[in-house]
Design a protein around this ligand. Structure first.
Ligand SMILES: [Zn+2]
Length: 242
């Protein structure tokens, strides 16, 4: 059994710096919902007015994919949005997915995340575009009278710089059988490379497909009180081996 409560020691740090590309238009809104009503729905921008993809959005879709893969493999996985499901982790301890992304129980056994995902910024200038759509009445399956809405989106083909740190889960050299979290994280990157993950809104109509196109993976360990790089490789080459 792997001890997930290992934040008191830094055994290894895996650092991933990758390039992601949105294959389809991408829309991460400032609000959480797209609401019709003739409003211009702007894309997410930071304080300096730069378009970006919040790390929390990427982490959310990554977690949800890892949950599905884990369940398909018969592993016990909690539902982090369901309080009753999380209460079970008060007794049993965090599930394997919480052992990666954090979570755990409500009153005890809550656990921090072993992965940190940073906001992704475009590697080039982005000219956003807008599109106007007719709001469809969900119940009548017909166009609501006069309900047009305009949304802003990032056109496809933009490259984004992505950074992720993984603490104490050695996905380069670790033993998958001893720590199945390694298997899950490797599966996640393989999926991101082969199929891509959708982020943002309007996913059901295909928006926001992000895929892994390039990257570097590095491993650091503590030596003489400092983080020393001990391994560095091309991420795609590693992913192909997984
Ligand atoms: Zn859990």
């Amino acid at each position: 059994m792997v001890n997930y409560f290992d934040f008191n020691v830094l055994n290894c740090l895996i650092k991933i710096n990758a390039t992601l590309e949105n294959k389809t238009p991408l829309r991460i809104g400032r609000g959480s919902e797209v609401k019709p009503g003739g409003l211009d729905l702007a894309v997410e921008r930071d304080y300096w007015d730069r378009v970006y993809i919040p790390g929390s959005s990427i982490k959310g879709v990554m977690r949800s994919l890892v949950e599905k893969i884990a369940r398909a493999q018969g592993l016990e996985v909690c539902n982090p949005l369901d309080i009753a499901s999380r209460r079970l982790e008060d007794e049993k301890g965090p599930c394997i997915v919480c052992g990666i992304f954090g979570g755990g129980g409500v009153s005890k056994n809550s656990i921090a995340s072993h992965v940190h995902i940073f906001d992704a910024y475009p590697k080039e200038d982005v000219k956003t575009a807008t599109r106007t759509r007719v709001a469809i009445d969900r119940f009548r399956q017909a166009a609501r009278h006069g309900a047009l809405f305009t949304y802003e989106y990032v056109p496809p083909g933009i490259k984004w710089s992505f950074e992720m740190h993984i603490y104490n889960i050695d996905i380069i050299d670790g033993d998958e059988e001893k720590d199945p979290r390694i298997k899950l994280l490797r599966a996640l990157f393989k999926y991101l490379y082969e199929f891509g993950l959708q982020v943002g809104s309007m996913r059901s109509v295909g928006l926001g497909l992000l895929t892994l196109v390039d990257g570097v993976i590095e491993k650091y360990v503590i030596e003489d009180f400092r983080l020393k790089p001990v391994k560095k490789g091309k991420l795609i080459e590693e992913v192909r081996k997984w």
